[in-house]
Design a protein around this ligand. Structure first.
Ligand code: PLP
Length: 461
């Protein structure tokens, strides 16, 4: 099938050849890719994407966890078109602003938790977290506590791919490529009961995992610690939903030592958990919140940092100029599209309807996999799910070659026109919030086949 782009009419193989010659892909083993050629996605609608051979694929990952309102919303295209005609670009540096940035800032203050009423715009989640690093250190500087520089994060966290984002993240293979983390970033354990909980009950383990923060603060000295950053639910790390005991204990510790709490809501925000923000899902009161992905449902690149009233007061009125910003901070087209996205989420009650109807359905249906011989655990919350494979169900023993089962299963999904992601030996789901029950049934049918085939490949029954 030929696909046209700017008048160029090429078939799948021609696009693949040009891609191989000129395009360096993010998070891709190019040598492996070039052996088989890239999959070329050409259009999308609702929860489906189409490839250049005309195959319709159910996208159970919503792109990269971001297409919360689903593909193909014309209102967002119109918002971009109209904004480009009106004012395609202007910046917000040096005492200037424009209506799309102000409109979105106000909207964000309305939909985020009550005490977060200020936003610093970025172009991505990584830049949001870079901004967090600079902003918390700046804040403590202004407060006369410049020794507070250390930011504590968690192992297996994902906070982006820039130098600061990857340093905050707890992915060891990322650290090894490029000599990270940068100084004054420390990592503690993660609340991943299935892999780390041993014989402990989940709630007991959750408390213990949280107390690792207190131990780390004490070891460093509280007067050196600026902030703790974490995803309410770890996304890229494998949809790790902490035990209920975890977050209240973390909040208590941050308050006790005056350590700022930063929620990385890049995945959890804008309805992913069935609430508007993961912070609401867990009852957190973060000082800062990093946002991106669902902010525009991925239709435009935009992110930001939501700042509490108390912090904004210090940053705005006590410190003079914050020497930080991006040429495209608050880009008018991105802001216009994000605002259209938020209005659709709000006015069509997409999050509330998902929470009432399709979230309970998805969560119940994926738990049917618990009885499968290959499956050790099914976990999830909201429109997030993970099916964890294990060699031995009862002992939770992992496979001898980690990642093999996940990889096999991911390929079987794709062969069957379903996008699920493998994180190690967990299969991950994060579909658009507008997914219907019938479409959830289709995921189940396809995922069941893929898991059965994986079990057969591994000789498990
Ligand atoms: C994706 C992600 C990021 C990075 O966002 P980019 O827009 O890719 O830079 C940061 N934090 C979390 C939790 C993410 O999932």
């Amino acid at each position: 099938m030929t696909m046209t782009q700017h008048g160029r009419n090429l078939d799948t193989e021609q696009w693949q050849e040009l891609d191989r010659l000129h395009h360096l892909h993010p998070f891709t083993d190019s040598k492996a890719l070039h052996g088989k050629g890239s999959r070329i996605i050409t259009r999308a609608e609702g929860v489906y994407i189409w490839d250049s051979d005309g195959r319709r694929i159910l996208d159970a990952m919503a792109g990269l966890w971001c297409v919360n309102i689903g593909y193909g919303r014309e209102e967002l295209a119109r918002a971009a078109y109209e904004q480009m005609q009106q004012l395609p670009y202007y910046n917000n540096f040096f005492q200037t602003t424009h209506p799309p940035a102000v409109d979105l800032a106000e909207l964000l203050s309305q939909v985020t938790p009550a005490h977060l009423n200020h936003v610093f715009f970025t172009n991505s989640g990584s830049e949001a977290n870079d901004t967090v690093v600079r902003m918390v250190r700046r804040y403590w500087d202004i407060k006369g506590q410049s020794a507070r520089k250390v930011i504590i994060s968690r192992e297996n966290a994902y906070h982006g791919s820039t130098v600061a984002g990857a340093s905050l993240g707890g992915m060891k293979p990322m650290h090894r490529q490029g000599g990270l983390p940068i100084p004054d970033i420390e990592h503690i354990t993660q609340p991943y009961w299935y892999a780390l909980g041993g014989e402990q009950a989940p709630e007991e383990f959750g408390l213990q995992a949280a107390r690792a923060l207190e131990e780390k603060i004490r070891a460093l000295g509280a007067n050196r610690v600026a902030a703790f950053i974490a995803e309410p639910i770890q996304g890229a790390g494998g949809v790790i939903v902490p035990p209920r005991s975890y977050w209240p204990e973390i909040s208590r510790i941050c308050k006790k030592y005056d350590v700022l709490l930063v929620a990385d809501e890049v995945v959890c925000g804008f309805g992913r958990t069935g609430k508007w923000f993961g912070s609401e899902y867990f009852g957190l009161q973060p000082d800062l919140m990093a946002i991106a992905k669902g902010l525009s449902s991925g239709y435009q690149p935009i992110g930001g940092v939501m700042v509490s009233d108390a912090m904004a007061d210090v940053l705005n009125y006590q410190g003079g100029e914050f020497q930080h910003g991006f040429t495209y901070s608050g880009h008018p087209v991105c802001c216009a599209v994000a605002a259209a996205n938020i209005r659709i989420l709000r006015d069509e009650r997409i999050i509330e309807r998902a929470e009432e109807q399709t979230v309970p359905y998805l969560q119940a249906r994926i738990r049917e996999f618990e009885s499968h011989p290959l499956v050790g655990e099914v976990r999830g919350a909201g429109m997030l799910g993970a099916v964890q494979f294990a060699k031995d169900k009862r002992s939770r023993r992992p496979f001898d070659s980690p990642g093999e089962a996940g990889n096999l299963c991911k390929d079987h999904c794709m062969d069957n026109d379903l996008v699920m992601r493998a994180v190690g030996d967990s299969m991950i789901l994060s579909p658009p919030l507008i997914i219907s029950k019938t479409e959830i049934d289709e995921i189940m049918e396809k995922a069941t086949l893929a898991i059965d085939l994986t079990a057969r490949d591994l000789g498990i029954s």
